[in-house]
Every structure is written in C-alpha cells, then in structure tokens.
Design a protein around this ligand. Sequence first.
Ligand SMILES: [Zn+2]
Length: 181
Amino acid sequence: MKKTRNQSLDQFWRIDDKQLNTPEHDEMLLWLLKKENLKKIIATRSPESENWDWKHVKIHAEEFIVSSSGFRVGAPDILFVVPHYLCKNCNSTHRNMDNCPNCDSDDVIIHPDHQQHFDRYFIEIKPRIENFGMTLKQLKLFISYGYEERAYLFTRDLRFNDEFEGQGIKVIHSLNVQSKL
Ligand SMILES: [Zn+2]
C-alpha cells in the first residue's frame, strides 16, 4: 500500500465523511464538547461512568489516532481520556474514584504506573447513517487501534442500533437526554 505521511488510512480507503461539515454535525460536536453533556449522555449507555473522575476527564476534538509506527489512522470526532485508579485492597485497576467496583474498598489511589494512568475512548458523530457498511468499517478501523469496548457512535438515526451494538459499538442518542438538541 502506497501511502504518504499526510494521508490517513480513512482517507486512503475513501471512507466517506460528507457529513463532517454539516451544521447538524457541528451542532452535535459542540454539544458533546460541554463536559456536563458528555457525562450525561455517556451515562445513558454506560451507567458505571457516573463514578468516573469527571473533573479530570479530558476531551479532545478531531484529534488523530496515531499508530505505533507514527502513521495517522484517522480522527474520530471526539477522543476523551478517563483517569485510572488502583484499589490498594484488591489491587484491581478501575475508573471509579471513590469506591472500588470490585471489592467496594475506599482505599483507592490514582494509578501510580504512568503507562496505565488513563483509558482513551472515542465518539464518532453521524447525524444520519448514510452508509451502514462504511460507517462500520471506519469505526472498526479506529477500534483496532486500541479502543475495544471504548467506542461510541453518537447519532440521531435509530435504525441500526442492534447491528452496531452487536459489533461492539455503543450507540448513544440525544433523545435520551433532556436538552434542546
Ligand atoms: Zn478493590
């Protein structure tokens, strides 16, 4: 495969992103960039996230996933980074900042190993699913670079929930959140 530094894999495969610059996409992106909105909508699909250390969650928009060899894979709309904690009682690693989800101990500290400080998640925004196969291909590409179980699709399209969920993608809908969106 011939590739240049400036071309990312998703461009190489011509993974369509016509929706990227629509006002609707922008509106959904801007909405997610507010941390209280992000927190609310992630909780609709991942209730355990209520116990995360949201104060220290960092949100990045349109940031590239880069492979270990330095190749740009593609840029999901949102990457967010959740701090890790270590339970000193049972030694499990988790994202709860107060109590260990494994043993309920509150003897919990910020993870001391720098490599394991954070988990990274991504959210891809598609106001509508124009092409199920291409959307799935794009999301699977991102997931293959270390985002197993940590991939969300934010859409207003209710048609393919089961199919995406069956492929390991968590679907979130603004419908589930009280807002003017
Ligand atoms: Zn524990």
